[in-house]
Design a protein around this ligand. Structure first.
Ligand SMILES: *Cc1c(COP(=O)(O)O)cnc(C)c1O
Length: 459
């Protein structure tokens, strides 16, 4: 045996002999080299290390699994925030997910009319459903609502002025700023009014020979309270008619049902703007609609057709999986009761408080079978959206945890566990909000919590 401990370390090919025969070659070699480098570093510090090849191989396998595991993983959303942009916003209905799977794994009549055998538009799949559900004459869809905004402004207003209230020049989701989007579209922003008050006369005074449109933007993630005034879409439409201008409405959330019934007074359904006579209206597919990420434009046929002819339409177009999921989601809305049952977002919003309380109590009971933690069900409030509907709160039931771990430590262990769990922190305690827990996730959540608490005991 050599006196030089470094010489006792196995060669890469010796370790390789102890590794599984299949698997990605380059990452396997990298993992072995990394473990050997760690061992060498430990020896340099004078520490003892295991030097037999099988032992090194075991470590390399652990390391390999860490490096090649998927980066996108399911997360148990225990925040109670139904539309969490960082968690992918609305989960889609099983039927919509199945439609996306079928579209992805086979061929479909994406741009082919099966009647004529000729080329068709991929928008045909969703046009009719959208017209039915919003009352509009025409409809089209793109990648998201930001794309819809750029496209509508570019196709209909490039080089001309678009009048917008200063109270609506919002930033949405960190990088979507109305003034910047306007600039990117080539339309010229003409701001009117003040942050808290804009009147119809402000719009009217700004109208001139270069005006193309009046644009209303739903200030989705922001509310001005107190001394405020804004102009309704109906008044904007009358003003637009009088001056022969387009009236456009970015309604943001794209509710297809009347959410006022659920206490959401600030989220009028898309149909309202169509009825009011707005020329083009656009909204997201993955907010209150509860579908896949998309930007939906509805309105006058000639205008939708101009938008579709814009060269950027191709850059912003939806892929077949999203189109299939969107169509399936829209079809669910043909029967409102079915939509409420099948679309997870609607089901979560409508779940009765009493049922939430029962679920919270059951979850607390399950958690209380674990050691080192105590759980209590308590009434609370939750935000519906992160970044999209931050002002909209709903009553909630949460399970509050007490343990010897700090809230940050426990939350971080839950986040990095398998499955990953995102909890909320409330008054210095970790809480699980049951509203966003899907059907069978309670057991997985309890198992994840057990693992997070055990990490403490065996450091
Ligand atoms: C959310 C939102 C957008 C951006 O929509 P995305 O689908 O995230 O691109 C634009 N305008 C309004 C009013 C919004 O609420």
């Amino acid at each position: 045996m050599s006196d030089n401990p470094f010489r006792r370390l196995p060669a890469v090919h010796d370790v390789l002999a102890h590794m599984p025969a299949d698997g990605p070659r380059e990452p396997i070699l990298q993992a072995i080299r990394a473990v050997l480098a760690d061992h060498r570093a430990a020896l340099t510090r004078g520490e003892a290390v295991e030097t037999d090849a099988a032992h090194v191989a075991q470590r390399a396998i652990t390391r390999l699994h860490q490096t090649i595991r998927p980066k996108l993983v399911p997360v148990i959303n225990a925040t109670g925030i139904i539309l969490h942009t960082n968690l992918g916003r609305a989960p889609i209905a099983p039927e919509a997910a199945e439609a996306a799977r079928r579209a992805a794994s086979g061929y479909l009549n994406l741009e082919l009319s099966l009647e004529t055998g000729k080329r068709s538009s991929r928008q045909d799949a969703i046009r009719e459903w959208l017209c039915r559900l919003t009352g509009a004459d025409a409809a089209t869809a793109v990648n998201n609502n930001a794309a819809a905004t750029v496209l509508a402004l570019r196709a209909l207003c490039a080089g001309r002025e678009v009048i917008v209230s200063r109270g609506q020049l919002v930033e949405i989701g960190g990088s979507f700023r109305i003034p910047e989007i306007m600039e990117a579209s080539g339309a010229i922003l003409r701001e009117v009014g003040t942050t808290n008050r804009t009147r119809l006369a402000d719009y009217e005074r700004a109208i001139g020979p270069h005006t193309a449109a009046l644009l209303r933007i739903h200030p989705s993630n922001y509310r001005i309270a107190g001394f405020t005034e804004s102009v309704t879409i109906d008044s904007l439409v009358s003003l637009g008619k009088k001056h022969n201008l387009l009236v456009m409405d970015d309604i943001g959330s794209g509710a297809l049902l009347d959410f006022a019934a659920f206490g959401f007074r600030e989220e009028p359904p898309a149909r309202h703007s169509v009825q009011a006579g707005a020329d083009v209206i656009w909204f997201s597919g993955d907010k209150l609609l509860g579908g896949p990420q998309a930007g939906i434009l509805v309105g006058r046929k000639d205008l939708i057709s101009r938008i579709e002819k814009d060269p950027l339409m191709r850059a912003f177009r939806l892929d077949k999986m999203t189109l299939a999921a969107l169509e399936a989601t829209l079809r669910l809305y043909l029967d409102e009761a079915q939509a409420m049952r099948e679309i997870p977002l609607l089901r979560m919003i409508c779940e009765p408080l009493e049922q939430l309380r029962q679920r919270a109590e059951q979850l607390a009971e399950q958690i209380n079978t674990l050691s080192h933690v105590h759980a209590t069900a308590v009434a609370d409030e939750a935000f519906v959206g992160g970044g999209s509907l931050p002002d909209q709160r709903m009553p909630a039931w949460v399970v509050e945890l007490s343990s010897s771990l700090s809230d940050d430590t426990l939350a971080s262990r839950l986040r990095t566990g398998t499955p990953a769990v995102l909890a909320r922190i409330r008054n210095g305690k970790v809480v699980f909000d049951v509203r966003t827990l899907q059907g069978d996730q309670a057991c997985a959540l309890v198992a994840a919590l057990r693992a997070a608490l055990q990490t403490e005991l065996t450091p």
